[in-house]
Ligand binder design. Structure first.
Ligand code: ADP
Ligand code: MG
Length: 328
């Protein structure tokens, strides 16, 4: 059982708080050993979903299956899941080792055994030298590693992380991000990581599940969700895309797939409304028919070969395959 890889499945999972529907009958199967990100704007139901999986919040309707077993009514410690919270919630009066060993103490594991197990977990997160410290003697990044060790000591099949990086400064966030990914690969268990940052999800996830208004808008491999958004919401939320209304319908096209040509030689006529230098490329804003604004990301060397100014008439063009129809 301990090393068996298990599917996590959400079946018509629903959460209501009074009249608010926070999670509306969502269905999804997470493959074992996946780094999955639940991505969406604030209030879309991510934390409610995670808390129901963890068992910190009762399910209003539907069920949660782990390896085919319905875990929705089990207490948190019996589910095979573990949760790491946004605020790491370490016990301030316990040493690092005792924090990590806490759940084993609750289970009645002997002092010698739980100290040994806590030691293994601290080694896993590179915190061996800090076992005797108190939480307030640690940096934010170190506290986070202790919180990770504390969650992992229960040997979960699925580790649940709610915005685990949001309390860290930008530099540390990027470092911890790669450490989380490395840890997930080493352990081979499923990480289900909630974030509202599309760059974080793209950097980490094998699979991205985009939520909006209590439902799943789109789920799939990170590249697929980025390259082929199915709805206007996903195209805008993932960023780097234009949403454009053409006579044939509404489409998404990546900004870096839009090419600038001379007037009369592109697919659509446009006038330049703004230029932003961004180092590796130049962002060119242009207005096309129907007062629609498009962004073209032009590699900087190409742009400066033939620089444009606001007010210039230009053409815009793209390869047909780059245009993705969006569901209305
Ligand atoms: P997210 O994590 O995506 O920001 P949440 O799952 O926290 O979203 O919240 C989803 C919706 O449910 C929001 O409208 C929020 O206000 C509401 N909500 C969350 N927790 C509670 C609660 N304990 N009681 C009432 N409403 C809640
Ligand atoms: Mg949340």
């Amino acid at each position: 059982m301990e090393n068996a890889k298990l599917d996590l499945e959400l079946v018509s999972l629903t959460k209501r708080y009074g009249t608010t529907v926070a999670v509306d009958a969502i269905n999804h199967r997470f493959k074992p050993g996946t780094y999955a990100c639940l991505l969406g704007p604030s209030g879309c139901g991510k934390s409610s979903t995670l808390r129901m999986i963890a068992g910190h919040e009762a399910v209003s309707d539907g069920s949660i299956l782990l390896g085919g077993r319905d875990i929705s009514a089990l207490p948190p410690a019996k589910r095979g899941t573990a949760m790491m919270f946004q605020s790491y919630a370490l016990f301030p009066h316990l040493s690092v080792t005792d924090n990590v060993a806490f759940s084993l103490k609750m289970k009645g594991v002997s002092s010698a055994e739980r100290t040994a197990k806590a030691g293994e977990m601290l080694e896993l997160v590179d915190m061996t030298a800090f076992g005797d410290r108190m939480p307030d003697q640690l940096s934010g990044g170190q506290q986070q590693r202790v919180a990770l060790a504390r969650a992992l000591i229960t040997r979960p099949q699925v580790l649940l992380l709610d915005e685990p990086l949001s309390a860290l400064d930008p530099f540390l966030r990027i470092r911890m991000r790669s450490e989380l990914k490395k840890l997930q690969r080493e352990l081979g268990i499923t990480f289900l990581h909630v974030t509202h940052g599309q760059d974080e999800a793209l950097a980490l996830a094998d699979e991205i599940v985009v939520m909006n208004n209590a439902v799943i808008e789109q789920a799939g491999p990170a590249r697929e969700v980025y390259n082929a958004p199915k709805t206007e919401f996903v195209a805008r939320f993932m960023g780097g895309h234009n949403v454009v209304g053409l006579p044939e319908g509404t489409f998404a096209i990546r900004s870096d797939a839009v090419q600038v040509t001379g007037p009369g030689t592109g697919l659509v006529e446009a006038s330049v409304t703004g230029i932003e230098y961004q180092g590796t490329h130049v962002s060119l804003n242009a207005r096309i028919m129907g007062d629609q604004e498009l962004v073209a990301q032009v590699p900087e060397a190409i742009f400066f070969n033939n620089p444009r100014q606001p007010g210039d008439r230009i053409g815009l063009t793209w390869e047909t395959g780059q245009l993705h129809p969006l569901k209305a």
